[in-house]
Design a protein. Structure first.
Length: 426
């Protein structure tokens, strides 16, 4: 009888180990798909839905944890953020139904795109009991190392043999390697850097330096800004063992403006009122005034859907007369959805914009307080938010596939911090 019990326990233990290995394998595959989504899209068209699937996974995690939200969201700032989130969504739905500028089949896609990032953050946070810091690190750190080496080798090959198309920028050739655009390469490398920050040890420094080279090779202002943010955070947190102070944050902001000034000035100063980014921003502010207080609704302004299915709002505000924003068959949506904040201002108005800022503010407060829990978590989360805020000035950051891996990591970090250190009610 005892022997049978021992055999039964051995089988159960073996099954548990097998399940853990399977979960690690699936999670590792998920991370790889996020890193290389852009290259995979050129091979398999369905790969373009990887980020959408990630949003659904986050939504499922959130749904399965609804019954225990009081326990899961014991951090009051996380609770506030999760409260502002549906309120923002409801405002968007109300304005969409009120003005009915786009058909349901279009605006519902845009609505999902607007909330996908936060579904992932809240979903992976709510599923925190399923992930541990050490086990997750044993999966994603080796993947980050291998991915960094592979991308760097591809960069060397491309440097000598010019395999992939490059454009000439301020400091020379801008590389995209196997990615659709240098921005997508920069986003993937930023994710790798965020992983190395989260599991920072001296032995990952060589990989960090390789990632710096890869970021610089993209010749994107946001990439240069990402390098600056990482170095500043590394110096303060890992060298001086201190928390970022407000004055240091202001100094960092000034440095970033200086670094990116050559990209800011042409669009918002010299070509104000003519450049697409300038027109989109000014029109977004005007819509926020004209359609006070709820905006024009999902899929109507500055988003990819609004461009693909040319929004009537563009015609109402005369943007059809702009050379870069006119209605031309086959025109790329590049100029239409080249910024983030006009999407929120135009589509959800002053109420939606305020709710969105409050939601981000609550998450940033949680990030700010992570230093009390674990320095590496603070390092990684601050770096992620720094990069997201920089890139939001020149691309639809929270709505595109580039930000999705960062959303996954943010959700995991917030979950790790509570599993390690309890609630953060400060």
């Amino acid at each position: 009888m005892e022997k049978n019990e021992e055999i039964k326990k051995m089988i159960e233990t073996k099954n548990i180990i097998c399940k853990q290995k399977l979960y690690k394998l699936l999670f590792g595959l998920f991370i790889l798909l996020l890193i290389f989504q852009s290259p995979l899209e050129s091979v398999v068209s369905y790969a373009s839905y990887i980020d959408e699937a990630a949003g659904l996974i986050g939504g499922i995690f959130l749904l399965f944890n609804l019954r225990s939200l009081n326990e899961k969201f014991k951090n009051r700032f996380m609770f506030l953020a999760s409260l502002f989130f549906p309120m923002f969504f409801i405002v968007g739905i109300i304005s969409t139904l009120a003005f009915n500028y786009q058909p349901f089949k279009y605006w519902v896609i845009d609505a999902y795109t607007n909330v996908k990032f936060f579904l992932i953050v809240f979903g992976f946070y709510a599923a925190k009991s399923e992930f541990t810091y050490d086990e997750t690190g044993s999966v994603i750190v080796p993947i980050a190392k291998i991915s960094t080496v592979v991308l760097f080798v591809l960069l060397i090959i491309d440097y000598f043999f010019n395999i992939w198309y490059v454009e000439i920028r301020r400091f020379g050739r801008a590389y995209k390697l196997i990615y659709f655009h240098p921005t997508y390469l920069a986003g993937a490398v930023t994710f790798l850097l965020a992983i190395f920050a989260l599991y920072y040890r001296r032995r990952v420094i060589p990989y960090i330096l390789l990632d710096f080279v890869l970021l610089f090779a993209t010749q994107r202002a946001k990439a240069f800004g990402g390098i600056v943010v990482f170095i500043i955070l590394w110096a303060i947190i890992k060298v001086f063992h201190s928390k970022l102070k407000v004055w240091e944050l202001l100094v960092a902001g000034v440095i970033l403006v200086i670094v990116g000034w050559h990209r800011i000035a042409p669009f918002f100063i010299q070509l104000r009122g003519y450049a697409a980014r300038s027109l989109i921003l000014e029109t977004g502010i005007q819509i926020m005034k004209d359609y006070f207080p709820i905006g024009t609704g999902f899929g109507t302004f500055s988003s990819h859907v609004a461009a693909e299915h040319y929004s009537p709002v563009y015609i109402l505000y005369g943007l059809i007369d702009s050379a870069q924003l006119s209605l031309v068959e086959g025109r790329s949506a590049y100029y239409f959805d080249d910024m983030f904040w006009p999407i929120i201002m135009g589509q959800t108005g002053i109420i939606g914009t305020v709710l969105y800022v409050l939601m981000l503010g609550a998450l940033l407060i949680i990030t700010w307080n992570l230093y009390k829990k674990e320095a590496n978590m603070y390092f990684s989360a601050m770096f992620i938010w720094g990069y997201l805020m920089i890139s939001s000035t020149t691309e639809p950051t929270f709505n595109n596939s580039v930000s999705i891996p960062l959303a996954v990591l943010l959700g995991l970090i917030y979950g790790f911090s509570e599993m390690k250190g309890g609630s953060d009610n400060v």
